[in-house]
Write a protein that binds this ligand. Structure first.
Ligand SMILES: [Zn+2]
Length: 146
């Protein structure tokens, strides 16, 4: 007969060791496309490709995957800025449709492209600050996934 014993670990806020991570500072640094920990190293190696690690402090970026969230957030932000302006112009001035489309479509495209990288950086900063990444079994300070 084989007896299996399992160790029980109790996780609490005090039992988690590690650096303090300020959410807003990390998101601001990410929005500036900088490392959420040191604020110096570049976060991206290409337009939307997050680098593997920070060139200054060595922070590993690979566990942080933003997936589609930045695109959804950019749609919400750009939509909430442009739609009220478009409705206001339409109701008060009613310019020709060709004129509206020749302005709104490029403005929407440019605003979306300009915001996409900073919003993705802020999402990565958000994930890093809240320790939202995969479990590293070699790091004793990590909380295992539920
Ligand atoms: Zn760094």
């Amino acid at each position: 007969m084989v007896t299996v014993s399992t160790a029980t670990a109790v996780w609490s806020r005090d039992s988690v060791k590690g650096e303090k991570r300020d959410l807003w500072t990390a998101m601001k640094r990410g929005f500036r496309c900088r490392c959420p920990r040191c604020g110096e190293g570049k976060l991206f190696r290409a337009f939307l490709k997050v680098d593997n690690n920070c060139s200054v402090c060595g922070l590993d970026y690979t566990p942080h995957r933003a997936d589609d969230l930045p695109a959804y957030l950019v749609i919400i932000i750009v939509g909430h800025i442009l739609v009220p302006v478009i409705l206001w112009i339409e109701t008060d001035y009613a310019p020709a449709v060709w004129l509206q489309l020749s302005i709104y479509l490029p403005v929407t495209l440019i605003a979306s492209l300009v915001l996409l990288q900073p919003v993705k950086g802020a999402v990565v900063g958000f994930q890093w600050a809240l320790r939202m990444h995969g479990f590293d079994e070699n790091a004793p300070s990590e909380i295992p996934p539920v």
